[in-house]
Design a protein around this ligand. Sequence first.
Ligand SMILES: Nc1nc2c(ncn2[C@@H]2O[C@H](COP(=O)(O)OP(=O)(O)OP(=O)(O)O)[C@@H](O)[C@H]2O)c(=O)[nH]1
Ligand SMILES: [Mg+2]
Length: 227
Amino acid sequence: MPNPALIAHRRGSLQLSCPESDAADYRVVVMGAARVGKTCIVSQFLHDRYLTDYHETVEELHRGEFVMDGTRIILDILDTSGAYQFPAMRKLAISTSDAFVLVFSVDCEKSFEEMKAMRDQILEERETCDLPIVIVGNKSDVEVKTRIIEKETAEALVAVEWGHGYVETSAKEKVNIEDIFKELVYQAKVQQFRRMPAFRRGRKSMPEISIMTTHTKRKKRNSCNIS
Ligand SMILES: Nc1nc2c(ncn2[C@@H]2O[C@H](COP(=O)(O)OP(=O)(O)OP(=O)(O)O)[C@@H](O)[C@H]2O)c(=O)[nH]1
Ligand SMILES: [Mg+2]
């Protein structure tokens, strides 16, 4: 059953007319090689549903929300194609997004390399490293002998060398899925904080951030018209 607390839609099928003045809004793009599990991750996050039948994505826009420190966080989540047959769409997604989720599959070396190339493209097109980026190693449920990218290897590169967030997930078993989006909002808050004058003047401590997802508790807001 769809999760009533999260409002998800495909591009073009929903008119959203709610006033969002009290909410922080982030446009998030989910990128990664084909079949790494991007759509399954989004589906688990928004609908608590795992998709066993594979359908190649072209591009789908979803909307979800949760509450962090009393602030409503609205995420416009763009699920993209892993096939490189839509370079213009990828370029547009990169230029218009606030935050990035880059997914690879821990049993696929090629997807790890593609994730690196996508990150390079993002940094090049946005001309900055100062972006909220979370790297996701999906399919952590696979057998040990099938696994190719070790957690330590990915963490050393992503968290230590690059300074991004790293989360290992299983969309199949719904492990750590919410952590992706919590980490992403945390990264976005860190970026905002770094840009604050007080921090530039030398303040080193970070604000306390606690994130609570509420999509099992919240009710769909009446002011949103879904057609
Ligand atoms: N074992 C395992 N399989 C998964 C997991 N997540 C996704 N899959 C499977 O991997 C296949 C691809 O999943 P998708 O979510 O459609 O992949 P995608 O990255 O969206 O693929 P594109 O839309 O083509 O870019 C499907 O058959 C899923 O059932 C996971 O966590 N573990
Ligand atoms: Mg997909």
